[in-house]
Write a protein that binds this ligand. Structure first.
Ligand code: SME
Length: 155
């Protein structure tokens, strides 16, 4: 698994086009979720969580995949909450071995979460779940960091 170099570049170009096009932020985030989930075979759930810095809570934004019960996640809880608290990307190769994990579906085997930064602070994050074990590599992390860099223009 892991994205290859050609796909990486192609998807990034498409993400940039979506960000630069007309439409509101949620429409654009939704298109990015749909693009990545539809076209990357092992990205089974793709969503954005939006940071509320005062309440220290994440709110579920646009997503593609099965609905999740985790629509509000306090900082520190689960993989997403840890990323919100620590402001560093996280790759979990085997979710069954992560004690601080919030399950959305029993089918999920691995997960990656990458923050979106605006003026040095995390304002949102992209969360990708895979049904494949150890699906994500540093290449996916590099790719999603670029996606987040592009998305930061929407905040
Ligand atoms: N697994 C995440 C919760 C969000 S769902 O994957 C959509 C976590 O542990 O924070």
């Amino acid at each position: 698994m892991s994205l290859n170099h050609t796909d990486f570049k192609m998807f990034l170009d498409e993400v940039t086009k979506i960000v630069d096009a007309d439409g509101d932020r949620d429409e654009k985030l939704q298109k990015i979720c749909d693009l990545l989930r539809d076209r990357v075979s092992f990205y089974d759930w793709v969503g954005f969580y939006i940071v509320d810095p005062e309440e220290k809570i994440l709110h579920l934004g646009p997503f593609a995949g099965e609905p999740t019960e985790h629509v509000k996640i306090p900082f520190g809880q689960g993989v997403c909450g840890q990323v919100a608290r620590d402001e560093v990307p996280m790759i979990v190769q085997d979710v069954s071995r992560e004690s601080n994990y919030l399950s959305c579906s029993p089918l999920v085997r691995s997960e990656i979460v990458v923050p979106v930064f605006k003026e040095g602070r995390s304002v949102a994050q992209i969360d990708v779940d895979s049904h494949e074990p150890a699906a994500f590599s540093t290449r996916d992390r590099a790719f999603l960091m670029k996606v987040c860099e592009s998305v930061s223009h929407l905040f």
